[in-house]
Design a protein around this ligand. Structure first.
Ligand SMILES: Nc1ncnc2c1ncn2[C@@H]1O[C@H](COP(=O)(O)OP(=O)(O)OP(=O)(O)O)[C@@H](O)[C@H]1O
Ligand SMILES: [Mg+2]
Length: 157
């Protein structure tokens, strides 16, 4: 996996497969604490406790055509390489939150990559999903909500 934007695509693919209708992607640069936080929050099917326990195991997957499930374990590995960590919360019927932290200036922290390209692809390919994107760095922030965008287009704003 080359960069974090590709990891994000991978994690969002899990949310899409879990039939999420709303997916939030947050990128928070915390230069004071030298951390880069990424959160992906969905309102999809969620996971039961047993699934959640196995989710970081590279040999665990609920895709029935393959025997490995690498998305989350590779992300966990990238986080650990930079001195960071991953936390996953999930409730069946409610949704899933993946929070991953990287050491911002750690030499092994992968670059963010072309996050805008990843977003464009996700939004174009999944017109029925409401994507909320938030980018925060100390003081400044950027926010995009495709629901708001679509309402604006329909109301010709
Ligand atoms: N957002 C989510 N909602 C519900 N279940 C999830 C979610 N993310 C992961 N899972 C569950 O965790 C399993 C492991 O996910 P992971 O991304 O590591 O591998 P995968 O999606 O099975 O395969 P790969 O990512 O390699 O194509 C999935 O098969 C799925 O059962
Ligand atoms: Mg996956």
């Amino acid at each position: 996996m080359e960069d974090l934007s590709l990891h994000i695509l991978d994690i969002v693919e899990n949310s899409i497969r879990a039939r999420a209708k709303k997916i939030e992607i947050k990128i928070i640069e915390d230069k004071k604490r030298d951390l880069l936080n990424i959160e992906i929050i969905d309102d999809g099917e969620g996971m039961d406790e047993k699934t959640l326990k196995n989710v970081l195991d590279p040999f665990f997957t609920t895709k029935n055509i393959k025997r490995v499930g690498l998305g989350l374990s590779l992300l966990a590995q990238s986080a650990e390489e930079s001195g960071g960590s991953i936390k996953i919360k999930s409730k069946p019927g409610k949704g899933t939150k993946v929070k991953v932290t990287f050491g911002y200036s750690h030499i092994d922290r992968r670059p963010l990559g072309d996050i805008h390209k990843s977003l464009k692809v996700l939004i174009a390919v999944n017109p029925d999903i409401n994507f909320i994107y938030e980018y925060r760095e100390n003081g400044a922030s950027y926010h995009l909500d495709t629901k708001g965008l679509k309402n604006d287009i329909t109301n010709n704003k």
